[in-house]
Design a protein around this ligand. Structure first.
Ligand code: CTP
Length: 408
């Protein structure tokens, strides 16, 4: 999706081995629709060439505050005012120290100091050795930079170029791009705590087999992402799916409906919105065999007994009504026909203020969907669009309803 269409980004690189990731970040920003002006410090040019960054950004890279190509010879003034954001990735320990002190010895730091604070956001992606990151001086600088209005992104954890393992890696290019996209989204859900279920459940028959369904988890993951982008603190309880965790979202992995129920019960305390997008299996084998079931030569299949799974959403909604709490519950309905009638009936049966209907076979595994929002007032269609786009619309709809008392 063209999530950065129309955005102009100054991408700053300071010295660090993570500069190799900045090339990919630049490519992703362009792919998302942004125009990118790269500014590099002298140290950054030791790690990656301006030629690479020029080729990817399609713009000459700016390296010096003395660059005579700018008619008034003040490139830092234009650079600080024109972009929708300045993103520095990697931001080295030394760069953070310089910015925290308000120093302006090269074009990149000069641009940051000269930017109008209220107009040009500054996002910093730190990258350094774990000892440098943990050093009190660096942490002091990070605190200072946040107090001065910069967005200091978290660091990643894992193997470092120096051979050590720990905190201090720069976030991956995809995460940085998503963090920037999130930065530009309206903060409809600031201060809210959102719990989302997503994906199918897997009900074991024996250690190697089970029952599941075609849910890909894409819609639930898109809702978790959209809620995070809108400023909420988001926990995603995910059934078995192969999807990356959305940026900034806390994920709890589960397999079965009972595990999903336990995870939801553990996480729902303190949540203000619950969106049940998971396709929970309605039944599970009464008891899962400890060992793999073998053919016995009779030609007869094993007899399987099933029991009904608990209705996670209905249970949460019922408990919520019982304690007159402030949790706003949103259910989903995957139907094959008569969507409106089924969605209205399901909304009443589950006891939730908002129920989102979709045609199951048409949406499972797809990147696009269409939704039907059913509440006490009536219904509203969200027409065919990418799931993330729909998720953002749904988040805006939920935010609009949050002030009003839930009417079932
Ligand atoms: N749901 C749940 N726990 C279950 C079953 C469903 O929390 N055991 C939630 C789903 O996450 C979804 C909503 O309830 O938000 C609708 O689920 P669905 O399976 O479509 O509805 P059912 O109540 O099972 O009705 P039916 O199978 O008859 O369509």
């Amino acid at each position: 999706m063209n999530d950065l269409a129309g955005k102009h980004i100054v991408l700053g690189l300071s010295g660090g081995i993570a500069c190799y990731k900045s090339a990919e970040l630049c490519r992703l920003l362009i792919k998302a629709g942004a125009t990118v002006q790269v500014v590099m410090t002298e140290a950054a040019t030791q790690f990656i060439t301006p030629v690479t960054m020029q080729a990817l950004s399609n713009q000459p890279v700016l390296l010096s505050q003395w660059d005579a190509r700018e008619p008034n010879n003040m490139p830092h003034i234009k650079l600080g005012r024109e972009p929708d954001a300045i993103v520095i990735a990697p931001a080295s320990a030394d760069l953070l120290a310089q910015l925290a002190q308000g120093r302006a010895a090269d074009l990149l730091t000069l641009t940051c100091l000269a930017r109008p604070l209220e107009r040009t956001p500054l996002l910093l992606a730190p990258a350094m050795n774990r000892e440098m990151w943990a050093h009190p001086a660096t942490q002091r600088n990070v605190t200072q930079l946040r107090a001065d209005g910069a967005v200091v992104l978290p660091v990643g954890q894992g193997d470092q170029a120096c051979g050590e393992v720990g905190d201090g890696r720069m976030l991956e290019p995809e995460q940085l791009c998503d963090a920037l996209i999130a930065h530009f989204q309206p903060k409809w859900l600031a201060g809210q705590r959102v719990l989302v279920t997503a994906g199918p459940t897997f009900e074991a028959i024996d250690p190697v087999r089970g029952i599941t369904n075609h849910s890909s988890g894409k819609m639930g993951f898109a809702i978790a992402r959209a809620a995070q982008e809108a400023g909420a603190e988001v926990t995603l309880v995910a059934g078995p799916v192969h999807l990356p965790t959305p940026w900034g979202v806390r994920r709890v992995n589960v397999q079965s409906a009972l595990q999903m129920q336990a995870a939801v019960q553990a996480e729902v305390e303190g949540a203000t919105v619950f969106v049940a997008a998971a396709a929970v299996a309605d039944w599970r084998p009464a008891s899962a065999a400890d060992q793999k079931l073998k053919k016995d030569g009779s030609g007869l299949p094993p007899a399987l007994d099933f029991v009904e799974n608990p209705d996670i959403l209905a249970g949460v909604a019922q408990g919520e009504r019982a304690r007159c709490g402030a949790l706003y519950c949103v259910g989903f309905a995957a139907e094959s026909h008569d969507l409106l009638a089924h969605a209205q009936a399901k909304r009443a049966r589950k006891g939730v203020p908002l129920l989102v209907g979709n045609i199951g076979p048409a949406t499972f595994g797809q990147d696009d969907n269409a939704l039907l929002l059913v509440d006490a007032e009536g219904y509203r269609e969200l027409s065919h669009a990418p799931k993330l786009n729909l998720a953002r619309q749904l988040v805006a709809e939920i935010a609009r309803r949050l002030g009003a008392a839930a009417q079932v």
